[in-house]
Design a protein around this ligand. Structure first.
Ligand SMILES: Nc1ncnc2c1ncn2[C@@H]1O[C@H](COP(=O)(O)OP(=O)(O)O)[C@@H](O)[C@H]1O
Ligand SMILES: [Mg+2]
Length: 499
């Protein structure tokens, strides 16, 4: 129950939430990207038309300027026919004009491309009035209709005499249908409107999008008008659809991560259970052994004494040999029993800060004399500084003796034993090297299993006891070895705070 709840929580935090987060970030970024592109596109469309319109207006103003120069240079009305011919030519050349006319100062037509203007109260038009008033070229703020139904935009230019009085007025009409056609040709699909100063619609291409749309506005240079481009809003569904593969990959990746974590957790759990089982087993064996160890020791002492007595009685060589074997075996039983005792209750011993150096120094004569028996040379490299460790002196001695004993037993044909003691990263490091037979790689992981031994007379408890003791001092013990070269035992212990 707990496990499945844990799994659900893990699933949410490892697979679901990160996926949603990643998907959110991705979609958000893509949306921003699309909006950017969208705006850029709308801006490009608007500026295309802006340029186009500015060209038309400027062209018309230039044409009106030309006509005005023509008027000024000719003696006006006298050369009416010539002027009219010029205007008609202009109209033929530029289809965008609905008509061009010249009026006198009273507003009567004196020349023009046709007679359409005669029926219009042209001088009443706002832009003409403004032009008269400002004495400057003025573009109409509205569209108007010519008599033939053509929708046009008027442009008025006054022609002044030397006294700056209005002599003539030139009026040109720009055809809205023509301009609309050009716009439609340039950008047939887009929804574009031209809005005048009073926010009135001058013209539009395509029907406005009613919902979910955004607009971009660009003012015209030659007029106080705006070009408005309307575009559909970005569709999230479309973005999702476009990025479906990427989202799917995200989903798979986060699920893979989840499964890897679950696998790892299962492995860890199994390891933990194994470890606990091992510990329990060891503790059970230890407890049983410890409780019976004393019971074994007493009769053993009796046997030992009696065998000794018998040995004094039977002095024959053969009998002596048998007695020595019995004594050796009794010693072995004794050793096993002692180690059982430690395994049973390793933590019961009192701990205190002890200088490891003193322990090693005290053991030195014992180790050297043992080594001599094995024809082994001993080296001691001991740091000068005090190396205080919170431990129990007897147990610490037991560890060092167990390890040196193993090392000596591995060097039956002689060799070198090195014991190093130093401070390492604020911890005490005890290292024992030998140049013995070493340990095959596949045996290495069995070393700390109770009763694992490669020796005929071994107990297989020495290293187990060592680790038990070192762990009770919050330390660690490692073995590394190369077959036929030698073995290194590393013991790392925390330095006692009680310095
Ligand atoms: N220095 C060493 N060199 C070679 N083998 C070693 C060394 N130390 C330990 N071993 C191996 O580890 C085994 C277990 O050691 P230990 O627990 O002390 O039990 P025992 O010494 O009674 O066999 C030994 O039998 C031996 O195979
Ligand atoms: Mg041993």
């Amino acid at each position: 129950m707990m496990m499945s709840l844990k799994k659900i929580l893990l699933y949410i935090t490892v697979a679901i939430l990160p996926f949603l987060l990643a998907a959110g970030i991705l979609i958000n970024n893509k949306q921003k990207e699309e909006i950017g592109l969208h705006d850029k596109n709308a801006f490009r469309i608007a500026s295309t038309h802006q340029r186009q319109w500015d060209t038309y207006i400027n062209k018309t103003i230039n044409a009106l300027d030309t006509v005005s120069i023509l008027l000024e240079s000719s003696s006006g009305i006298n050369e009416k026919d010539k002027t009219e011919l010029f205007l008609k030519k202009l109209l033929l050349q530029e289809q965008m004009y609905g008509g061009i006319y010249i009026l006198d100062s009273a507003g009567n037509r004196i020349a023009g491309t046709d007679r359409k203007i005669e029926e219009m109260a042209i001088t009443q038009e706002e832009y003409v009035k403004t032009s008269i008033y400002t004495k400057d070229t003025t573009v109409s703020n509205k569209t108007e209709y010519l008599v033939n139904g053509q929708k046009v935009i008027g442009i008025a230019k006054p022609v002044l005499d030397d006294d700056k009085h209005i002599e003539n007025m030139i009026i040109a009409f720009l055809r809205v249908d023509y301009l609309t056609n050009i716009m439609e040709m340039l950008t047939p699909k887009d929804n574009i409107s031209i809005i005048n100063e009073d926010a009135e619609l001058i013209l539009n291409i395509n029907e406005p999008i009613k919902q979910n749309s955004t607009t971009i506005e660009l003012p015209m240079d030659s007029l106080p008008w705006k070009i408005v481009v309307e575009q559909k809003d970005i569709n999230i569904q479309k973005i999702l659809y476009k990025n479906a593969l990427l989202l799917f990959i995200f989903l798979v990746c986060f699920h893979l991560l989840y499964f890897v974590i679950i696998l790892y957790m299962h492995k860890k759990q199994a390891e933990q259970e194994n470890k606990e089982n091992e510990l329990q087993k060891l503790e059970l064996v230890g407890n049983m052994a410890a409780s019976s160890a004393h019971e074994i020791r007493h009769p053993l002492t009796g046997i030992k004494g009696l065998v000794q007595l018998l040995g004094e009685k039977h002095t024959e060589k053969e009998d002596q040999f048998y007695f020595s074997i019995i004594q050796k075996e009794i010693a072995r039983i004794n050793e096993i029993v002692s180690q059982f005792l430690i395994l049973g209750k390793p933590t019961e011993q009192k701990k205190q800060p002890i200088d490891i150096k003193t322990i090693v120094t005290e053991l030195k004569p014992l180790i050297v004399s043992e080594a001599n028996l094995f024809n082994v040379e001993c080296h001691f490299e001991i740091a000068k500084k005090k190396l205080l460790v919170y431990c129990n002196a007897d147990q610490m001695k037991q560890v060092i003796l167990n390890i040196t004993k193993n090392a000596l037993e591995a060097m039956e044909n002689g060799g070198t034993l090195t014991i190093k003691l130093k401070e390492l990263n604020n911890r005490v490091s005890i290292t024992v090297y030998d140049t013995g037979i070493g340990i095959p790689e596949k045996e290495l992981k069995k070393l700390f299993e109770p009763f694992y031994t490669s020796k005929n007379s071994g107990t297989g408890l020495g290293l187990v006891v060592c680790r038990r003791i070192i762990q009770s001092f919050d330390g660690e013990i490692y073995l590394s070895s190369v077959e036929n070269k030698g073995t290194k035992v590393d013991i790392i212990l925390p330095i006692s705070a009680n310095l």
